[in-house]
Design a protein. Structure first.
Length: 295
């Protein structure tokens, strides 16, 4: 991401910055830097960040989102794992005289984000590479007691998965997990031409608003996620066959009984099930396990 100086007069392009510091974007890390400051400001504006918000930014890069976010919020915790970029960003923050940004050189997957939680929950922002998108979302889902919402930029292809409905070929494990605990909406589209290096696919910005309270308090979330994971473990197979050769550790007879009791046809496939049906299936799974722990 490039520095957003607030106007074009004091903006330095990412190409110029990277060249000056002899930094080459890492393909392995999926680094694509936002080159248009107006796009960064648009994202922060549509995110409706409030003056009292604490922002956790995943992958701060060169500060394209960091700087406008710091101008809008009370505090920004900017996490960047690439030490080369962190050093460059630190210099940029000093130049912009922003004192409400805490820059942390670390991999977000190694951080317990609960340590940043204060009286108010965090708002998470970030431009995420495709190769870690699912991992980040699972981490946020499991840490959502500290997070109210997330405004994240993903490749358009990945966003289709997040916003897909049951019955769609894009509907999968991460979609069902996310829909069980959050509402998802698209805030903006960002063309590939707005990045350096230019990716092959356009991006979209999504807002994920986590539910304030669990919607299914009678079941353990770990059980629900295990059932979802097991159902999607063999996408080409029917639910009966997928569940009987999965992490649930049940045989085909038990899988059939479970599906029948949950009023779900055994020949259906995981991508056709709604969250409500996964919840129903999880309730039955727990009942059967209580009746027969060795099933």
């Amino acid at each position: 991401m490039e520095m957003d100086g607030g106007n074009n007069a004091d903006m330095t392009s990412p190409q110029t910055l990277l060249r000056a510091w002899d930094i080459h974007p890492s393909r392995q890390m999926g680094q694509n830097f936002l080159v248009d400051p107006s796009t960064a400001r648009m994202i922060i504006t549509r995110a409706a960040i409030q003056a009292e918000d604490t922002i956790l930014e995943i992958g701060a890069g060169l500060g394209a989102l960091t700087i406008p976010a710091a101008r809008a919020a009370a505090r920004v915790i900017a996490v960047e794992k690439d030490r080369r970029l962190a050093g460059l960003l630190k210099t940029g923050l000093l130049a912009h005289e922003l004192k409400n940004v805490d820059l942390i050189e670390a991999d977000i997957m190694d951080i317990d984000i609960g340590r940043f939680h204060t009286a108010e929950k965090l708002t998470v922002i970030g431009n995420l590479p495709y190769n870690i998108s699912s991992q980040i979302l699972v981490m946020l889902i499991r840490s959502r007691q500290f997070v109210s919402r997330a405004i994240l930029m993903f490749q358009k292809e990945f966003c289709r998965r997040l916003t897909s409905l049951p019955g769609s070929r894009d509907y999968g494990r991460i979609t069902a997990m996310l829909r069980s605990c959050a509402e998802i909406s698209i805030l903006a589209e960002v063309k590939a031409s707005r990045f350096h290096p230019r990716p092959k696919i356009d991006s979209e910005v999504v807002e994920i608003r986590f539910h304030k309270k669990p919607r299914h308090e009678d079941i353990a979330e770990d059980d629900l996620f295990l059932v979802i994971k097991s159902a999607f473990s063999k996408r080409r197979k029917t639910l009966k066959n997928a569940l009987s050769s999965s992490w649930l550790d049940i045989d085909a007879r038990t899988a059939l009984r479970m599906l029948e009791k949950a009023d779900i046809a055994p020949q259906r496939r995981a991508e056709t099930l709604s969250v409500k049906e996964f919840v129903r299936l999880t309730r039955v799974y727990r009942e059967l396990r209580r009746e027969n722990p060795s099933a």
